[in-house]
Design a protein around this ligand. Structure first.
Ligand SMILES: [Zn+2]
Ligand SMILES: [Zn+2]
Length: 242
């Protein structure tokens, strides 16, 4: 029955040929076979309607539409991100969607997903980051670590840094690698957000409290600006012995 649910239209992804419409189960994410069986049979009059509001199941788009593809190709988000064309071409029809030599050109697209619709989304930074991650997977780990430090997710910080596939020098390297944006190491993210437990943990594992970012600031400056006294004490103490 699963493939029988009504879809709003028959738009397909130009890379994998599957429908751009995906079905989200009930909130619990539990098996929904029973619910699927209770869907009304698709009929001619109803086949172009979105599923009824009181239905447990939701049909949502996973859709990327390049503004400058003349064919109006649609893509799934993941299919689009994993394509191998340079970001200046439509991966389906290979037409140039931005001038190949213009490094500042934006790759505008309409993005539709369960969160809604965004009409002028610049895909280029996302694609560049994806490619960077593909060539250097440790950057993805680094991004995850920075994010966990910022949100105060101690479990994830511990998880990432105790990954058995990382050697101690690799762990230290991960801790002291700056990101490409502000040249912040994970310690900056934990410091600015005031997560003392994570700051202490990073320092104990070899994070450099004297690392300077793009603005020549050290993490302690952000902790001070934000009024995180405990974090500031930790960083000052570490700086004096480092
Ligand atoms: Zn696809
Ligand atoms: Zn195209």
């Amino acid at each position: 029955m699963k493939g029988m649910a009504m879809l709003p239209d028959d738009t397909t992804c130009a890379l994998c040929s599957e429908s751009i419409w995906i079905r989200l189960g009930p909130e619990s994410g539990a098996e929904s076979d029973e619910d699927a069986n209770m869907l009304p049979e698709p009929s001619a009059s109803a086949s172009r309607r979105v599923v009824a509001e009181d239905d447990d199941e939701q049909v949502v788009p996973d859709d990327v539409i390049l503004h400058d593809c003349p064919a109006g190709h649609h893509f799934h988000w993941q299919c689009f991100l994993s394509h191998t064309e340079p970001e200046t071409y439509c991966p389906a029809c290979h037409v140039a969607v931005i001038p190949p030599d213009d490094d500042d050109a934006r790759l505008l697209a309409t993005i539709r997903n369960e969160g809604g619709q965004e009409d002028d989304f610049d895909l280029r930074p996302v694609l560049i980051e994806e490619r960077l991650f593909a060539t250097a997977p440790q950057l993805r780990t680094h991004a995850a670590l920075c994010s966990a430090c910022f949100t105060g997710d101690e479990a994830s910080v511990l998880d990432i840094l105790s990954n058995p596939s990382l050697s101690p020098p690799e762990t230290t390297h991960l801790l002291n690698t700056p990101d490409t944006d502000k040249h912040w190491t994970p310690l900056f993210y934990a410091a600015v957000a005031g997560h003392a437990g994570i700051v202490a943990f990073l320092l104990n594992n070899g994070a450099d409290p004297n690392h300077r970012d793009r603005f020549e600031h050290v993490p302690a400056q952000y902790a001070s600006e934000e009024g995180h006294a405990e974090v500031l004490d930790l960083l000052r103490g570490a700086r004096s012995v480092y």
